[in-house]
Structures are given as C-alpha cells and as structure tokens.
Design a protein around this ligand. Structure first.
Ligand code: AMP
Length: 433
C-alpha cells in the first residue's frame, strides 16, 4: 500500500529541531512575561466573517489564502476558516468575554496559522506565530515600548542580523487622501505596471508597493510619499515616536513603502527583516503595528490597540546554528548486570525520576550486558551508571563518562539503606555536572 504523507507546506516537528523550537519559544515567553503579557489561546477555526471584516476583503489572505468550509452539514451553517492570523481572533475573544472594559489588556499567543500559499523556503501552509496584542494604550510612548519588546525578542534568542523598519499609515482620513493621490499616480503609469499591480490598483493601490517586479518597483520609487499627507494628531504621534527612538539611539530604518498586507493598521507599522541571508526572499521575520479602529469594526468598544506577530519557522531558519547547545535527552543511562542489580537499579531510577532527573534504563533484565551498553550508547546519555553484584557488595558507584570514556568509582556513604544511598550519591553527581 502507498504510504501517506503530510500535506504540502505542513511539516512534522520532532527531535533536535523541535528541541530548538521549544527553547526559542521559552525565550520569547520570558520576554512577554517581562512586559506583563499573559497568554491567550483561541480556537484554530473561526467564522469566515471575522477575517473578512477584520483583515479586509481586498487582502490576499481573505481573497485567496483561507482554508474555508462549512461549519456543519446543515443548510444554514456558517462558513468557517482555519485561522490565517492571530489578531482578529484575539480581538474577537476579548470583545466576547468583555475583557476590553478594563484597560490596559496585554495578551500574547503562540500557535499555528494556516494560509493556502505556494510553499517554498520560509513559506508554509501551516506555520507558527508568536505574537502579542496591547489594548488601551494610545500614546507614541506605548509604540516605542512595543518596539523595545520586539527588539528584545530577537536579542533573547541570539539573533543579531535583523533590521527594524518603521513607517506610519496615519489615520483613515490620511489614508483616503493618500490613496486617491496614489491611484492618480499609478493610473498615469498603468501601461508599465505588471498585470498583478494593475489588478491591485483599483482595490488598494498601496498594495502595489508589495510587488516584487523590478519594473513595478521603479515606478513605485517615483510615487508620492505618505508622510507628505500626514497632519494633526497622527503627525504629532509620528514625530513623538521618532523622538523616543532617537533619544534611545534605537536602531531603525524608515521604510516609506511599508504598508503591511492587512487593512486594519493605523499610524505606526513596522516589520522585522532578517539581514543574515539565511532566508532568501522570504526574509520578513515579523511585523505589526497600531490598529486603533479594529475593536470597533468587530463590534466592540473603540479601544486603541497595537500588535505584533512573528513567524517561528523563519526565526529558526534565520538562527541556523546560533542556538546554544541543548541539553541531552537523558542525564543518565544505566547498565545493570544481573537480576539483583537490575531490580535495585529500577528502584533507584524511579527515585531519581521523582527528582526530575531524566534517566534511561532498559526495562528488560534478561538482555546481555553488551545489549545494555549498546542501548546506553544509542541514548547518548553523557553519564552511564554501571552496577553489578561486585559494586553492590562493596557499596560502590561506578560511573562512565561517555564523552571521555573515563570510568570513576565512588564509595557510598552508607550501606544501610542501599537504594537511598545510591539515589543520594547519583543525584549529587548529576547535579554537580
Ligand atoms: P504577516 O502578518 O502576514 O506579516 O505575518 C507575520 C509573520 O508571520 C511574517 O513576517 C512571517 O515571519 C510569518 N509568516 C507569514 N506567512 C507565513 C507563511 N506562509 N509561512 C511561514 N511564515 C509566515
């Protein structure tokens, strides 16, 4: 029979790469905690309407990337989707549970997202995001604090090759004015634009900036700049943020063409780009920005908000070999020779496991000493405890260091309670490593 395989663009995670993954996750969680963010977990399936309203009808995600199906077989069942992003679900959940009545709210999430994209390196159909959402803070100072948090995430995992690009998209009225001017500009160059950009023009001309075509990019260079259309509070907010960044000597780069692909952003937007070269064309590690109108658009109170999401797979690719050496799976392996030793060793092993020490022992006492040694080797435990009748009779603990091959014999403190004496000495030796 033909064997079954995972779906294209959806990967299995296991072994060392999962260990690295978990380490990265734990580092990121520590940063979230340091800023007072609490975890939220929302379902993987949400109403399709949530993203149509939240992310926007004209976006790539909603137009062509969602896995969509009916909630049940009933005629009137709503359409649901595998969530393509985390912000709209978080906003839905906070509104539903009336959590936006006490502000600020700070939540973070980690979990799989789904987009029907063409898979390639750094781009998958199931991918994991780590993200945070901040509700109830309107100030430029909170934008600045969020950017500090984002930079800290990458520092915490040891990534040095990244750049933070920032832009402002102003308030809706600035966007409307800018969009009209931009449309005028692109219309006057329509014949030189790619097919895709021509299609984007009528829906959202700002999306043309995302085009990868060199001809389109050349035309984009001459396009009017958003910052020329900013005024009032949105301009003051932008200037204040830039002052904070300058005073802190925070490294950042203005990217006036950064629009982000989603409709909900207002004012500050940012993207983290890998500059280390491990990622090829999919070099955006994460992105985010302010979305002051989204809670209201989704039926909740008007609450200023800001969020960020990064991709786990890309972060791991960017880190490459930079992740510190991870602890081995087992701290101790055991070679117990003979029935009596094996029985004693099993008891000791269980006590060590009570102390959260990871130990491997072959449960079958009938196997040969050679087989036990082979197993210890395969399990890659750094230390192996060797126990036979002689060691028991003389109250000895024989330990082999698997890296150096060196064997050291220690004396038990007492032979009165043999099992406890073994536990005490072995746990001390392992913890001292
Ligand atoms: P976005 O909000 O679409 O910019 O996504 C935020 C981050 O998630 C991106 O910067 C990527 O790191 C990651 N990401 C988005 N889409 C994918 C994908 N299809 N495969 C892997 N990572 C992705």
């Amino acid at each position: 029979m033909q064997s079954l395989q995972s779906i294209r663009g959806m990967e299995d995670l296991f072994g060392d790469s999962l260990k690295k993954w978990s380490w990265v996750e734990s580092q990121i969680q520590k940063v979230f905690h340091a800023y007072g963010y609490e975890e939220i977990r929302t379902p993987a399936v949400e109403p399709e309407a949530l993203f149509k309203r939240g992310v926007g009808e004209g976006t790539d995600i909603v137009e062509k990337e969602m896995y969509s199906f009916k909630e049940s077989d009933s005629e009137s069942a709503q359409r649901v989707v595998l969530r393509p992003e985390g912000t709209a679900p978080v906003v839905r959940a906070l509104i539903e549970h009336k959590l936006l009545q006490v502000l600020p709210q700070k939540v973070f999430y980690m979990g799989p997202m789904f987009r029907k994209e063409r898979p390639q390196k750094g781009r998958y159909r199931q991918f994991f995001q780590y993200g945070f959402e901040l509700f109830g803070e309107a100030s430029a100072a909170s934008d600045f604090e969020s950017l500090l948090l984002v930079a800290k995430i990458y520092k915490a995992v040891g990534l040095t090759s990244f750049e933070i690009q920032i832009n402002t998209l102003g308030d809706p009225e600035h966007r409307d004015r800018y969009r009209a001017k931009l449309l005028e500009y692109f219309q006057s160059h329509a014949s030189q634009l790619s097919q895709l950009s021509q299609e984007r023009m009528s829906k959202n001309p700002m999306r043309i900036f995302d085009s990868k075509s060199p001809e389109d990019q050349k035309i984009c260079e001459g396009a009017p700049l958003f910052t020329d259309f900013l005024d009032g509070e949105a301009l003051a907010h932008w200037e204040e943020l830039k002052t904070f960044l300058a005073e802190a000597s925070f490294p950042w780069k203005l990217n006036p063409r950064l629009v982000r692909g989603l409709d909900y952003y207002t004012r500050t937007v940012f993207e983290i780009v890998d500059t280390g070269g491990n990622l090829g064309s999919q070099n955006a590690l994460g992105g985010g920005g302010r979305y002051d109108g989204l809670t209201k658009d989704l039926g909740g109170p008007q609450v200023p908000a800001l969020g960020f999401a990064g991709g786990m797979e890309r972060l791991l690719l960017a880190l490459g070999e930079k992740i510190p050496t991870l602890p081995p799976r087992f701290e101790l392996g055991v070679v117990a020779i003979g029935e009596k030793s094996h029985r004693l060793a099993l008891g000791v092993v269980e006590r060590l496991r009570d102390l959260a020490i990871s130990v491997d022992i072959d449960p079958d006492s009938k196997k040969s000493p050679k087989a036990h040694f082979k197993r210890a080797d395969r399990m890659k435990a750094p230390l192996v405890w060797i126990l036979g009748d002689e060691e028991i009779n003389q109250g000895l603990v024989k330990i082999k260091n698997m890296q150096s091959g060196e064997e050291v014999t220690h004396n038990l403190k007492s032979q009165e309670n043999l099992r406890q004496s073994y536990v005490d000495l072995l746990s001390t030796l392992i913890k001292a490593r």
